[in-house]
Design a protein around this ligand. Structure first.
Ligand code: JHZ
Ligand code: ZN
Length: 416
């Protein structure tokens, strides 16, 4: 669907990938606020925009997707607070990926690496260091400006098929196209993939990372569902999507990042390796290519929400103080679908300075620096950024040594 520019959102009637009309809803959150739209103190008096959040399965191509498309300008262009470089683990993961590709592909000064949704340059700066030409493309002006400051040339734009045509007309073809945590975010899924096909050299490779739908379901990571994430991919659905545009998913790797992700190696030459064949067979045997696999997810989510709410209320009734860690987008889904307000959690801490002195959407929990944990020493900290649990527990050794405890919300609420 082409979105009318001033429409705030549209409800899709057909599949985002194949256009089929056999999409069936299996999870319903009602209306929720936008997960990355942090509030300033002047927003506090105003009503917040809320949009339906509903998850559906396409019987034709197996794609899991939400049915509401919020205007991307509202979601990403205006004061987007997400900066990749606040996580040392992510930086390490990204650097290893770049060095591996430089090696495997024999990249040099003649090569060109393009990243779609290059954010603050967290990945491309590794290629710049190695003397390789790069171009970043990202619509969020704050992160794009930060990228320029670290020497990563960046166009502040949404990547589309038209942008790909323009770059190609300027003589640009990429040896590597990176697209991490963006394929699920784009409203024009097919246009984005068609753009990749146009911009890739004949022997180039697109290296794409996206959260994987299987751990989302198996570990009840329902909080990773929010309006920015339009799709929740299986290899089955991805394979069909790429083939539609003359691209082939030839290799796949499993990554632990973001609760379980896939790294996809996509080329214009068909050379499907064992990793992909095995994963397709696995999904067929688990039934991930059919609606049945998703039918009881809703009741699992309800049980988790109930258990977490009960746990927090019990601790509170025993006189405990509770804070939260990570003003993450997924944290917004969690607090707004479970109903975790100021009566339960006093504040949220985060290392991202752009989030400080703002408020979480919906429940309006105030966001402070991580130092607040040692200043206040709350009895418990609800870990909203559970995907970085190891890193954050290490970093908070002092808080824990003084008796502070963390609460993990998923896969089942528990105190650690
Ligand atoms: P984090 C983001 O989602 C944004 P979010 C986006 N929607 C997406 O697709 C996914 O990632 C994949 C902070 N932090 O990255 C930083 C600390 O304070 O898990 C973040 O605010 N201290 C594009 O927002 C938040 O926690 C730390 O030590 O759900 C984590 O958010 C670390 C490691 C992080 O994802
Ligand atoms: Zn479909």
């Amino acid at each position: 669907d082409m979105m009318c520019l001033d429409a705030k959102s549209v409800t899709e009637r057909a599949c985002r990938s194949c256009g089929g009309t056999g999409i069936e809803t299996f999870l319903e959150f009602g209306k929720t606020p936008l997960a990355d739209r942090l509030l300033t103190s002047s927003d506090i008096g105003e009503p917040e925009p809320i949009f339906p959040l509903r998850v559906a399965f396409c019987k034709d191509c197996s794609l899991v997707q939400i049915t509401e498309t919020v205007n991307p300008i509202i979601l990403f262009a205006d004061s987007y607070p997400y900066y990749s470089s606040f996580s040392p683990a992510l930086l390490k993961h990204s650097r290893a990926n770049a060095l591996d590709l430089i090696n495997r592909r024999g990249l040099g000064p003649e090569s060109l690496v393009i990243e779609l949704a290059s954010n603050d340059g967290y990945l491309l700066k590794n290629y710049v260091e190695a003397g390789i030409r790069v171009l970043g493309i990202d619509p969020a002006d704050g992160p794009a400006a930060a990228a320029e400051r670290v020497g990563v040339p960046t166009r502040c734009a949404f990547f589309t098929r038209d942008v790909a045509e323009t770059l190609r007309a300027q003589g640009m073809r990429a040896d590597i196209i990176h697209a991490n945590n963006v394929l699920a975010h784009v409203a024009d899924t097919n246009g984005f993939v068609a753009g990749i096909a146009r911009l890739l050299k004949d022997d180039g490779v697109a290296v794409i990372e996206a959260p994987y739908v299987e751990p989302l379901i198996e570990h009840c990571e329902f909080d990773t569902i929010y309006h920015e994430h339009l799709c929740y991919f299986s290899v089955t659905a991805l394979d069909k999507l790429f083939r539609r545009h003359g691209l082939y998913l030839n290799e796949v790797k499993h990554l632990s990042i973001h609760g379980g992700s896939l790294r996809l190696y996509v080329e214009s030459r068909e050379n499907v390796g064992a990793t992909v064949k095995d994963q397709l067979a696995h999904e067929a045997s688990r039934g991930i290519d059919a609606i049945g696999y998703f039918r009881d997810f809703s009741s699992k989510v309800d049980a988790l929400k109930r258990d977490l709410s009960t746990l927090l209320r019990r601790l509170k009734s025993q006189g405990a103080t509770i804070a939260a860690y990570g003003a993450a987008a997924k944290g917004a889904t969690l607090i707004n679908t479970v109903g975790i307000g100021r009566d339960l959690v006093d504040f949220v801490v985060d290392r991202n300075v752009y989030k400080h002195n703002k408020y979480m959407p919906g429940q309006r929990l105030p966001i402070r620096s991580t130092e607040a944990l040692l200043e206040v020493q709350p009895d418990y900290v609800l870990l909203l950024a559970w995907n970085f649990v190891d890193e954050i527990l290490d970093q908070q050794a002092e808080y824990r040594a003084r008796g502070g405890k963390f609460i993990l919300p998923v896969p089942t609420p528990r105190i650690i």
